[in-house]
Design a protein around this ligand. Structure first.
Ligand code: SAH
Length: 293
């Protein structure tokens, strides 16, 4: 997408008003959300300010641009805006939520872009010429995994991302080898990011409550990102985990038969996919690349 950000109206340059206390004028009550929740947009509005503050505090001070995906009614946004001022940019798809935010006193001067993050993610204007960037959000559950894959597949190298996922997804993203949750997404993400599961949030902290618990994670771009191509890593990891119960010798047969010089290190042949570490998979991806014809 080449077109620039679509600012949602004239608030961009207006002064910020009020002291911190006045920001709580529209304190969420937990009863009726200020914006009608839309299921197809994955809207579950957080109603616990303490949790919102905790999530907002995960962003490092040194970040130059902070992008919040889906501010919704702004519970997380108010803490971010208070800390980062115009370094914060919000991207929201729902016009009703945008209109609501524009009416809030605490949000005066805040940049809100109307758009779909998945479409906009790899646009030049959202990469800020490589300046340090954090992505944060109580991510819409229907696209949360797609957001992670978008970052990886497009090679965005976003410095930090933190936020809320369905707990099951959050655990998977942060799982270490040997853990039952360890799988394709764990390896692909952790090859580029150090990931930490921060805390669990229960259903009743949202309106409407989701059916499952949520989990907040923190991910920081690794200094030593893999020297292999993402595509090579994806091929070996997906093939290995496609037959979790089989030994790697068997699971990786589609690759070993496609290239006869692709040899799996002896020690790994009888192991299973979940036993190999992220570093091992990077090593395997490099071997795979070295055998390309
Ligand atoms: N941050 C708010 C809202 C979370 S619900 C809170 O914590 O209460 C998820 C939000 O993401 C909603 O506001 C929804 O409209 C928005 N959203 C959904 N899909 C989106 C997309 N593709 N791009 C940007 N925002 C999106």
């Amino acid at each position: 997408m080449s077109r620039g950000p679509q600012l949602s109206n004239s608030l961009q340059n207006s002064p910020r008003g009020g002291k911190w206390a006045s920001k709580f004028e529209d304190k969420p009550t937990g009863k009726k959300p200020a914006v009608r929740p839309k299921k197809f947009l994955g809207q579950h509005f957080l109603n616990d300010l303490a949790i919102a503050e905790r999530i907002a505090s995960l962003v490092d001070d040194k970040m130059v641009h902070i992008i919040e995906i889906g501010p919704g009614t702004g519970i997380l946004t108010r803490f971010l805006f208070d800390r980062f001022s115009t370094r914060l940019k919000c991207m929201e798809i729902d016009e009703e939520a945008i209109q609501y935010l524009h009416k809030q006193k605490w949000a005066e001067g805040m940049e809100i872009w109307k758009g779909d993050y998945l479409e906009a993610a790899d646009s030049d204007w959202l990469l800020f010429g490589g300046q340090k960037q954090a992505l944060i959000g109580n991510f819409p559950y229907n696209i949360s995994t797609q957001i992670v894959f978008k970052i990886l597949e497009a090679g965005l190298r976003i410095d930090q991302f933190a936020g809320m996922f369905q707990k099951e997804v959050a655990l998977r993203l942060c799982a270490a080898e040997g853990n039952k949750d360890y799988g394709i997404t764990s390896v692909l993400l952790q090859a580029y990011y150090t990931c930490n599961f921060e805390f669990t949030v229960n259903e009743h902290s949202f309106n409407p409550p989701p059916r499952v618990k949520s989990g907040v994670i923190q991910c920081r771009l690794r200094q030593d990102i893999p020297s292999c191509k993402y595509e090579s890593l994806k091929v070996v990891v997906k093939t290995a985990f496609s037959q979790r119960r089989k030994t790697l010798g068997n699971a990786l047969k589609p690759l070993t038969s496609a290239r006869e010089n692709f040899l799996i290190p002896e020690d790994w042949v009888s192991m299973r996919a979940e036993q190999l570490s992220v570093a091992d998979y990077i090593c395997l991806a490099k071997i795979w690349e070295s055998t390309a014809t």
